[in-house]
Design a protein around this ligand. Structure first.
Ligand SMILES: [Zn+2]
Ligand SMILES: [Zn+2]
Length: 350
């Protein structure tokens, strides 16, 4: 076992990351040490890279970043019972305390004292990572490591889509980032009827088509109004389900405008500022059900996701557009901050 490893760190306040040689972390009694096989870049990592106001308020450098990964367990702490050396695991990034009132009421994914891997604790953009036993999810040994590494964000989509019944329902999915694209794949796998996809990058809307979107709507094109298109296509009724994965004030407003009376609105995208909503017309008179979606249900979402992957019905691989070495991380962040966004998910191999 080597003593040092390559890792990507936020070494000090300010934009950018650095690759450094650091000590391989030691395992506590309730933790496991994982040799990272694949790790993917999340929007959260981009916020930390850019050092925006959220990152400035939350991140305490020095910190190894990254929270989406899979790998092989190489050491377990003395209290660990459910995981053994050699297991192929992915990680749930939300670390619940399991003792607060919210955890005790059965909702550990929104624990009051939630910690996030790679945000509040050292993460996985490295050759090795330590995580609590409770956050380990055992994968099928033959699962593609690239797919295994994106299960944390894929799980967001599984939770968003399956929060209520979806089979046979018309769906509008706002947002063409990986979350929106994964949501298309999950909605298709779970038997949704017509899927409308609303986005602003041609490259990503094309991936959405490949994943099963029936109608893709590019809002950057002149005279394209998603509300008009969706209402016309649904005989003026609107869609049964809106999945808001963009977090922009405009898409939130348009989402409520295309939601049918009595429909379901899953809110996943995070607006950067407070958003005005016409509560009376958007929600009350409409009898709409608005669900806030944060993280993944522990552990129902992971079981559903594994079941869908095993069935062969869910294949998110078109979302993975780039496979690069961890050493090339700058390239990944360049792609993800570029204007054209000719990129879906970037997976890095240490
Ligand atoms: Zn993530
Ligand atoms: Zn808790």
């Amino acid at each position: 076992m080597p003593e040092k490893m390559r890792a990507i760190l936020k070494t000090k306040p300010g934009p950018g990351f650095e690759m450094r040689l650091v000590d391989i972390p030691t395992v506590g009694p309730d933790e496991i040490l994982v040799k990272v096989k694949a790790t993917s870049i999340c929007g959260t990592d981009v916020h930390i890279y850019k050092w925006d106001s959220w990152a400035q308020s939350r991140i305490k450098p020095p910190l190894i970043v990254g929270h989406e990964f899979c790998g092989e367990v190489v050491e377990v702490g003395k209290n660990v019972k459910s995981i053994k050396v050699g297991d192929f695991v992915s990680a749930e990034s939300h670390i619940p305390d399991m003792t607060c009132p919210v955890c005790r009421k059965g909702q550990p994914h929104i624990c009051r004292n939630l910690k996030i891997i790679g945000v509040d604790t050292n993460g996985c953009f490295a050759e090795y990572a330590v995580i609590p036993e409770i956050c380990a999810w055992k994968n099928d040994p033959d699962l593609d490591p690239a797919i295994a590494s994106i299960q944390e964000p894929l799980g967001n989509a599984v939770y968003t889509v399956l929060a209520e019944p979806i089979a046979g329902q018309t769906v509008a999915i706002f947002g063409d980032g990986p979350a929106g694209l994964n949501a298309i794949a999950v909605a298709r796998a779970a038997g949704a009827s017509t899927i409308f996809h609303i986005g602003k990058h041609k490259f990503r809307l094309d991936i959405g088509r490949k994943l099963g979107a029936d109608v893709s709507i590019n809002i950057t094109q002149e005279d394209v109004d998603p509300v008009k298109i969706i209402l016309e296509a649904t005989g003026g009724v609107g869609v049964d389900v809106v999945l808001e994965m963009a977090g922009s004030p405009l898409s939130i407003e348009q989402g409520f405008a295309v939601l049918r009376k009595g429909g379901r609105f899953s809110a996943f995208g995070i607006p950067s500022e407070p958003v005005r909503i016409d509560l009376a017309n958007a929600i009350i008179f409409k009898g709409a059900r608005v669900l806030g979606i944060n993280g993944r249900l522990l552990w129902e979402t992971w079981y559903q996701m594994t079941g869908l992957l095993r069935s062969g019905k869910l294949d998110p691989s078109p979302v993975i557009t780039h496979r690069i070495s961890l050493d090339e991380f700058e390239k990944g962040f360049e792609l993800l901050t570029s204007k054209e966004r000719r990129v879906g998910k970037v997976v890095m191999f240490p």
